[in-house]
Write a protein that binds this ligand. Structure first.
Ligand SMILES: Cc1cc2nc3c(=O)[nH]c(=O)nc-3n(C[C@H](O)[C@H](O)[C@H](O)COP(=O)(O)OP(=O)(O)OC[C@H]3O[C@@H](n4cnc5c(N)ncnc54)[C@H](O)[C@@H]3O)c2cc1C
Length: 452
């Protein structure tokens, strides 16, 4: 093997080219930090939809992809809730209030479109290597090495694990921690990610009765329907509560027959006062899928030279569409700390100790925010499935009684306090009644916007 060059520039190995991996690559290319992104599958596979909220849309604006994204997404307008008989329980203008608060509201987009746009935006696409298999990860006092199946060894100063909920990077991180810090990662932490439910995922062409810019939720007993409706598609999920939660490492492998069996259970259930689920099912445009829905926040997001972002570190129930958004803000926060550490180090190459301080600062900032979102998502999910009498009461009586602006103002505090990329301008991005706190902080510090 060639000798290790210790004079090489600072280099980051990113594992995973999903949402967080591609946002990371875009940041690193803006910062001029050497890196490689290793993806086990294809870049931007077709996989249903994802909704972006204001704080993430601001980061996408900073990265220069918003104009392109606008061609593929129109903000959602209506938020409608129906009872088990399909009759309306509420019809709110909450997204309108979100837009008033922040200048933008929620944008649903096909995953393949947003991932392709992020990939196309990279000035150097050769740094993303798709269809690679990692066979080993080694940590040394001065570097990390990632070994690939074809014998290639990628050498860097640190690894960002952006490889989703079934992360391999985290397994290597835990194995390393067990060797050098025995007792740090407990069995309780490892099993703290639990699946309380599974979801059937189907997409269809637009269904006029459901609307074109609406979210429609239908509550049922121990399951719920949720439809994200656009001019191009309806992304439907049917969430089924488990009787008992399944902790990590349990993983169900589903087949199309499972999907069909689940669909059969709910075929005759109303989704509105005009439609039953069979009306959606018969329009499905590709093979249905089923996935387990893990929930939880790990205590340790980093160890040694490995740091985790997005679903590899935490997992939110998707009912309020914030899991991927929290991953984007993780990346923004981590990149801000890395940028500062690189600028502060004599050869623009932070030491192992400096990197640990970076990872710890990132974890400290993000963990409380993510915990809040994971528990809010869990509460919404339990409410939507009438998980208990208390949740049923909330769903039927408390939530419909809120004025539209209350939920928007509540979640708005979380949006307005989100990080942005401190090394890129956000000038020109809309603002609303609830100002972006990071802009206010910078203005009060009299700070200059840095490299662009
Ligand atoms: C039905 C559903 C709907 C959702 N809707 C929303 C929504 O509207 N809004 C929202 O914010 N969130 C939503 N989420 C959550 C969101 O999908 C995730 O939080 C988000 O995709 C996480 O991004 P990630 O980059 O961390 O992981 P992923 O998106 O899972 O990406 C991980 C990447 O790493 C790759 N990878 C995995 N292992 C390896 C390996 N060993 N080597 C190399 N590469 C590897 C994978 O192939 C993948 O490309 C939804 C989730 C579900 C299930």
């Amino acid at each position: 093997m060639a000798p290790v060059d210790n004079n090489r520039p600072f280099r980051i190995i990113v594992v995973g080219a999903g949402l967080t991996g591609l946002v990371t690559a875009n940041c690193l290319q803006k910062l001029g930090i050497d890196h490689v992104v290793l993806e086990k599958g294809d870049v931007a596979p077709p996989k249903g939809g994802i909704a972006m909220w204001p704080h993430s849309i601001r980061i996408l604006y900073q990265l220069g992809v918003l104009e392109e994204l606008k061609k593929f997404s129109k903000p959602t307008i209506g938020f409608k809730g129906n009872g088990p008989d399909g009759r309306p329980v509420y019809d709110t203008q909450v997204y309108h209030c979100v837009e008033k608060n922040h200048g933008v509201s929620m944008w649903p987009v096909e995953r393949t479109d947003i991932l392709r746009i992020m990939y196309e935006n990279l000035p150097d696409k050769s740094l993303v290597k798709a269809r690679v298999k990692i066979t080993d990860v080694k940590q040394f006092p001065d570097r990390v090495e990632v070994v690939l199946e074809d014998g290639t060894v990628e050498i860097g100063d640190m690894i960002i694990g952006a490889d989703g909920v079934h992360t391999t990077t985290r397994d290597y991180m835990w194995a390393h921690a067990a060797k050098v810090s025995p007792g740090l990662i407990t069995a309780a932490e490892r099993t703290s990610l639990k699946s309380h439910s599974e979801t059937l995922i189907v997409s269809t062409p637009p269904i006029p009765e459901l609307g074109y810019r609406d979210i429609v939720i239908t509550y049922q007993n121990r399951f719920n329907f949720l439809f994200t409706c656009t001019h191009d598609a309806v992304w439907a999920v049917v969430v089924f509560l488990f009787d008992e939660p399944l902790p990590w490492p349990h993983r169900k492998r589903y087949t199309e027959e499972h999907a069909e069996a689940l669909a059969k259970l709910v075929m005759d259930k109303p989704i509105t006062d005009q439609l039953v689920f069979a009306d959606v099912w018969k329009r499905r445009r590709e093979a249905p899928r089923v996935v387990m829905l893990q929930e939880g926040v790990l205590e340790h997001w980093h160890h040694g030279r490995i740091c985790l972002v997005g679903d590899a570190a935490h997992k939110a129930h998707p009912n309020i569409a914030l899991g991927g958004n929290t991953g984007i803000e993780d990346v923004a926060c981590l990149m801000n700390h890395i940028w500062r550490a690189v600028e502060a180090s004599p050869h623009k190459r932070p030491s192992g100790t400096a990197l640990e301080a970076v990872f710890e600062a990132y974890q400290e900032e993000q963990k409380p925010r993510v915990k809040h979102i994971v528990s809010l998502s869990a509460m919404a999910a339990r409410m939507h499935t009438f998980a208990s009498v208390f949740h049923k009461f909330l769903a039927n009586w408390v939530f419909p009684a809120f004025k539209d602006h209350w939920p928007a103002d509540y979640i708005g505090q979380y949006f307005s306090s989100a990080p942005k990329l401190e090394f890129l301008s956000s000038e020109g991005f809309p603002t609303g009644k609830m100002p972006w706190l990071s802009d206010q902080k910078r203005a009060s510090e009299g700070d200059e916007i840095g490299n662009e």
